[in-house]
Design a protein around this ligand. Structure first.
Ligand SMILES: Nc1ccn([C@@H]2O[C@H](COP(=O)(O)O)[C@@H](O)[C@H]2O)c(=O)n1
Ligand SMILES: C[C@@]1(CO)OP(=O)(O)OP(=O)(O)OC[C@H]1O
Length: 166
């Protein structure tokens, strides 16, 4: 990349959705890098954490390095049950190895449950530690509309800002 373009920051976007496990299945909920005792878990090849996955996807998007499936596909048995924080840490290492530093990651969770705000600080600390960069997380319901409003799953959307440093 030549001239000023190589010095400009690059943004990325990521979206992820996971469905709640069927009632009666004792699946633990992992969300935003935290365990949520007593809450219904989400389905997935990994731990199904849409907040961490959206963040990792945003990093890959910003770096032009594909997406989560490119690096941690379901054909990779070593990622079965992997935690979202682990995947985000791996993604951050891959992006740094490609010559970038991470400015920040902003994520918004969309869903009715669990009530996220009381654990926002804890979650931000967990995912910031995983990424090695500031992660902020907001939450919203979808006003009872759509699959999140019907309580069928949780969605998350994220943006990331990275800068080329090498
Ligand atoms: N799972 C959620 C969803 C939302 N919140 C917080 O509730 C507030 C109001 O949300 P709206 O749907 O009206 O946008 C907002 O401050 C969210 O942080 C939450 O804690 N958990
Ligand atoms: C993370 C991976 C791999 O374990 O699986 P899931 O947990 O199903 O998550 P998803 O966000 O649907 O896609 C990425 C997959 O490659």
């Amino acid at each position: 990349m030549d001239g000023v373009r190589g010095a400009l920051p690059q943004t990325g976007i990521g979206l992820d959705v996971h469905a709640f496990a069927p009632e009666g299945e004792a699946v633990p909920l992992w969300l935003a890098g935290l365990f949520w005792p007593g809450e219904c878990g989400l389905t997935g090849h990994s731990d199904g954490d849409p907040v961490a996955h959206a963040a990792a996807d945003a990093l890959f998007s910003a770096a032009g390095l594909g997406d989560l499936g490119t690096h941690f596909g379901t054909d990779r048995p070593e990622f079965k049950g992997a935690s979202g924080a682990t995947l985000l840490a791996h993604a951050s290492r891959i992006v740094r190895a490609a010559g970038f530093e991470i400015g920040n990651i902003a994520i918004q969770l969309v869903g009715n449950k669990p009530k996220f705000a009381p654990r926002r600080e804890e979650a931000q600390q967990a995912l910031s530690a995983a990424a090695g960069a500031p992660v902020s997380i907001s939450a919203t319901t979808s006003d009872a509309l759509g699959f999140t409003g019907r309580g069928e799953g949780i969605a998350a959307i994220a943006t990331a800002l990275i800068c080329r440093v090498e």
